[in-house]
Design a protein around this ligand. Sequence first.
Ligand SMILES: Cc1ncc(COP(=O)(O)O)c(C=O)c1O
Length: 400
Amino acid sequence: MPVSSHPLSGDEIAFWRSIRKQFYLKDNVTYLQGGTVGPSPRPVIEHVISLLQELESDPLNNQGGSLLNPIVEESRRKLALFVGTDPQRIALVINTTMGMNIPVHGLSLEHGKEILMSDQEYGSVIRMWEYIAREKGLEIRTVSLPTPPENPDQVVGAFAQGISSRTQIMVFSHVYCSSGLVTPVKALCRLAHDYGALAIVDGAHAVGMVPVDITDFECDFYTSSCHKWLLAPKGVGMAYIPESLESMRPATLGFGLNQHGGAARFDVSGTRDSTHFAGLGTAIDFQEGIGWTEKIRPYCLGLAAYLKSQVLEKISTANLTIPVDTEQSGFMTTFTIPGIDHGKVASYLWQDYQIESASVQAGSTPVLRISTHFYNSYDDIDKFVSALVNILNTRPDIKD
Ligand SMILES: Cc1ncc(COP(=O)(O)O)c(C=O)c1O
């Protein structure tokens, strides 16, 4: 994957500045927290608002679906193309939490079997599998992820330590929210299948950050939150459901229980506002209009590479908790500074510099997580690193 080289030309800087102007982001805020929730570009929000106005002008008629259904289906088609599958295989859900509930409630879990996951899955994902495991009499087995791993084989090796013929389900993240690690999805799916287990992928951070080709991965389930890196309106998620699992019991029962209705039978259902799903298509158009593969991804990988180099150069005690190579890392950079309270550092970054960052745990290691997307600039990174150095030098209360 090509990575944009630094320094950028004047034209390139002007280009990305003009893109940044298409967001509502405040000029005085340095937003390095797109991993939690991404800002939607203006054209996305304007489209949603104009649809809302039209909808409200004739609510009964428009709620019937004639206005929004074709636009929402177009969004489903664009999303399916973006993630390498067929629209028939995509359910439109509110978020990864709702998406992950589909296999949790829909699969026939066997008493006495095991659910395998790592120690760095997202909290709500761990809890929902723990809950159903308790209810159905399965055990949860947890493997520890190397942070950072030296190569993708080490990640497969970590899961291989915990898998056995008792494993019915293997749950793992495509991109870990803890460290930013990008996993070898295809190899992990193969490992699960070698033991007769289902490969259930939490892709919350992947869509819009790393290339996603669901057909190639051969996973049994994949879910993502499109309001993170794809910059869709908040409350837009997806779930991929293969034909083999299409007859599962949906987590929410309502209309759409037709066993042969495709993955859409798992869509969010009942009376609701669908305009944000219409905005999903606009969000994809926005990124594809710039060129996700040719422009956005190389630019963002360039930002991440620069951030890693600056952290290592300017903070001698910092250790990266994310690999440097772009096979195992994307747009989230994490590092740890021993002896420092990362939560306090993040608070000072906001309080004194209006820099949004995240303090999270990668297994047992506390880390600072910095998300950089194409609305960010190299100046944002310089500002962040210099603020961090100042805090480390001037705030004695951040010591653990
Ligand atoms: C890895 C991972 N999985 C699942 C989720 C849940 O996503 P949502 O809140 O959009 O349902 C998150 C949220 O940050 C996450 O990071």
